[in-house]
Design a protein around this ligand. Sequence first.
Ligand SMILES: N[C@@H](CCC(=O)N[C@@H](CSCc1ccc([N+](=O)[O-])cc1)C(=O)NCC(=O)O)C(=O)O
Length: 216
Amino acid sequence: MAITITAFENSPDGGRGLARDMRVRWALEEVGLPYEVRLVSLKQMKEPSHLALHPFGQIPTYEEGDLALFETGAIVFHIAQHHKGLLPEDENARARAITWMFSALNTVEPPIVEREQSRYLVGDRPWYGELLPILEDRVRVRLDQLANRLGASEWLDGTFSAADLIMVLVLRRLEGAGILEEYPSLSAYVARGEARPAYKRAFASQLAVANHDRGT
Ligand SMILES: N[C@@H](CCC(=O)N[C@@H](CSCc1ccc([N+](=O)[O-])cc1)C(=O)NCC(=O)O)C(=O)O
């Protein structure tokens, strides 16, 4: 059955693959599923037809027949449940991979997003210079713990899974912050994710939209 996802018509990330449709694109590429992309403007995202798909007026959404999903973790999990290649067959390994998916979304991502969003929300306040190091140290706490756990492993728990897909993209949100570079093992982990052919296809597909926006 045809799959359609939504993505920014004009992504604020300018083709850097940081918007969360990248998670769904990569997952679909890993399992070899074709998909269509419906590009939506910020205005369209707040209109009834999109709100019917996404109660919070965001992207991405996922449509497959009469199924409509939102929330990238849930979409990636749905894809991984129904197609081989993103979750182990072994029951315990599968449960651990799902644990790591939740951990990426609920433990590692929040301080990274808090740091990034603080720039837009309060970056102009006189006390921002005091706040930013506090936010960055909160990121470092998680990166320290993650680097300690990952050690020299290639992936979080055995073979590549949906957990690594989410975790790599969560860590990529630090791009340009100069923090991930303090962790060579995590930088190498992200690079391994980016080296995957499915990642490259997903990145190229979202970049094509950005280049089309720019007429390049
Ligand atoms: N928890 C939801 C969050 C979805 C979400 O944050 N969607 C964002 C785009 S991805 C977040 C994002 C946006 C931009 C960049 N960037 O680098 O420019 C990175 C990530 C959105 O629709 N924002 C518009 C709105 O809320 O009105 C999920 O994981 O699906």
